[in-house]
Design a protein around this ligand. Structure first.
Ligand code: FFB
Ligand code: ZN
Length: 251
């Protein structure tokens, strides 16, 4: 397994103390410039151990759908790689686009993928709760996995089939016995860098581990993602997508 650490930008002393202010010096997402990545032979593979019984439910929070896990024990954790101790799985979610030209938050040499999966873990050795960890440096570890259009993803279908039940904002459905390691690519190569949440409050608390190889999903599976709504029942329908086109109004 090879793992690549992105160039550590040497911070001017002025910035040293400012790492915790959003809009600071380690904002995510980034464009991963492969030629600037540095191979670190001493970095071990990222190791995940997930217990499918810790899977609780799925809910649409109006921004994304989250599959949440019971994080009261160390049953589902990520360790190894750049991490100094195990981090507990809290939730996973996806980012996708209005069509196949948009979707992923990170890019690879400016290439955009149609979707990106984030497996969100928190540092249970240093902090007591996810809420606390999210505000602290080294508080979170997020595994990013690119999705590309290709063959049908068998294991993802169990999740896709239940999405219509969380079509509306604030809906929640029981979802258990799911092991998200089935969503990991076969190749364990990854890039890692110190970054932030990609949505408000954008706190600079995330150790990112982005898997180099995408996983394949088919058209119909992505189409179900796009059928989800930001809006609640009865509200005017507002499709849940990383609608880059909406951002264009600001430029
Ligand atoms: N795309 S990503 O970088 O992987 C990402 C991961 C998790 C969250 C999140 O949990 N937000 C809600 C949330 C907060 F934003 C808090 F500030 C907080 F304290 C929470 F407890 C909380 F759930 C946001 C972005
Ligand atoms: Zn995310």
């Amino acid at each position: 397994a090879c793992s690549y650490k992105l160039r550590n930008v040497d911070l001017h002393p002025l910035w040293k103390g400012q790492l915790d202010i959003p809009g600071g010096t380690r904002q995510s997402p980034i464009d991963i410039r492969v030629r600037d990545s540095i191979f670190h032979p001493d970095l071990s593979p990222v190791k995940t151990h997930y217990d499918p019984n810790t899977c609780l439910h799925i809910w649409n929070n109006g921004y994304a759908f989250l599959v949440e896990f019971d994080d009261c024990t160390d049953k589902s954790v990520v360790s190894g790689g750049p991490l100094e101790n195990p981090y507990r799985l809290k939730q996973f979610h996806f980012h996708w686009g209005i069509n196949n030209d948009w979707g992923s938050e990170h890019t690879v040499d400016s290439k955009v993928y149609p979707a990106e999966l984030h497996l969100v873990h928190w540092n249970c050795t240093k902090y007591q709760t996810f809420e606390e960890a999210i505000m602290e440096e080294n508080g979170l570890a997020v595994i990013g996995i690119f999705l590309k259009l290709g063959k049908h993803h068998e294991k993802l279908q169990k999740l896709v089939d239940i999405l219509p039940s969380v079509r509306y904002k604030d809906s929640l459905t029981e979802f258990n016995y799911f092991d998200p390691s089935c969503l990991l690519p076969s190749c364990s190569d990854y890039w890692t860098y110190a970054g932030s949440l990609t949505t408000p409050p954008l706190t600079e608390s995330v150790t990112w581990m982005i898997m180099k190889k995408p996983v394949e999903v088919d058209h119909s599976q992505l189409a179900v993602f796009r059928s989800l709504l930001f809006s609640a029942v009865g509200e005017e329908e507002n499709y849940m997508v990383e609608a880059f086109s909406e951002m264009l109004f600001f430029f």
